[in-house]
Design a binder for this molecule. Sequence first.
Ligand code: ADP
Ligand code: MG
Length: 435
Amino acid sequence: MATREVEDIFADILDRVKTLDPANARKWFEKLTVLHLDGGSLGIGCPDEATVQFLRDNCKSNFTCAAQQITGHLVSVDFNVGTGEKSPRSWPGLKLHPDYTFDNFVVGPSNRLAHASCVAVSHSPGNTYNPLFIYGSSGLGKTHLLQAVCFEAQRKSDGEVIRFLSCEDFVNRFIRAIEQGNLAGFQSQFRTVDTLVIDDVQFLREREQSQEEFFHTFNVLYNNSKQIILSADSPPGKIPSLEERLISRFNWGLVTRIDPPSYETRVAIVQKKAHLRGLSISDEIAGYIARKVHANIRELEGALTTIYAVATTTGEAIDLELAQSALEGQLKPSARHISITDIIEVVTGHFDVRLADLQSKKRSQSITEPRQICMYLARNLTKHSLEEIGGHLGGRDHTTVIHACNKIGQAKTSDPQMHAVLSELTQQITQTPQA
Ligand code: ADP
Ligand code: MG
């Protein structure tokens, strides 16, 4: 039997395929089961050879598309006669993302050490760094690296048992084992493995009994030279209310940090993720996304997904314009620093006026309006004071700026045209690539 989780994912994929291809749904999709979903491949079990042939010939691309949408990963699909019952029993909870391999991990200065230590451990588990402890903020690739070690270790495995699970999962299993009076079963699941990988151990905080259990598991494995790999959002000593004896053990091996990626690494990651989805993306667009999203690779990927989704639904090619409009509203304006000069540049361009005019004493409508709009936008998009804003626009005092902000603010609510102009300008200003 496939695990509950895989079955749930497959049910979602089937639902998606049914919406993509309603005509074939009734006749062909009802009796399908999942054979496996791992290592980037989805095996689908069909009742007979005719179904296999029909689905291979007519439905493969819809299944592939649905599988990618649901899992968020590149998945290749194949059909075979069979039911999920025949698939080898996988350890419940072992869930490796098909994309989380070393091949798909972009190495840069921010993660070089963490990557190298994971590779080293995957070559010879138990003999290099033990335990290996990787920490860093959310979305920087900890889970990816941990799973890459599992993939690699599994590939080389000669029957060795590798367990990967989130710390939350560990804690929940422990609690269930206690409830069911099956602590021995729980313990043997973890104390007999060759490699134990536990993700997000900060989850142990304030869970005293789980910490105690984990401590003993750790000791048994360590004393038998079994590999232990852990990740957390902070270094061992900074995890609140973690027992001293655990902190010290976590520090026995190698502790490495992952930092936020540099611009160049972000560009390479965007390219890599696009490539995985079979997209080719220009350097210009990769650079655009990398400039928009700084601190979190998950968000970087999210931006790409959004762009891809818009391109798929509109059927348009991915160009800079599409990328910009797809990400509109997705990203906080604070993601980049906006200066008054940026604002003035966009506004003078839009209204075809000169900066000198905005700074002059001229009071014709064609000049005052753009001038007031500059003040309004500067007030809303920058942290400059009223005085500073007035200073940039011909040395006007703060009451003039307040007046302008009120006037434009009111016009924005009462006049749809003004509303549209302001949105358009704001979009242009917040999306101008940073120099
Ligand atoms: P964490 O566990 O640290 O919160 P994840 O490992 O879940 O972060 O990474 C978030 C996303 O970013 C994943 O899709 C992962 O594949 C991707 N990612 C992170 N670092 C890299 C990298 N160096 N190269 C390619 N993808 C990466
Ligand atoms: Mg993670």
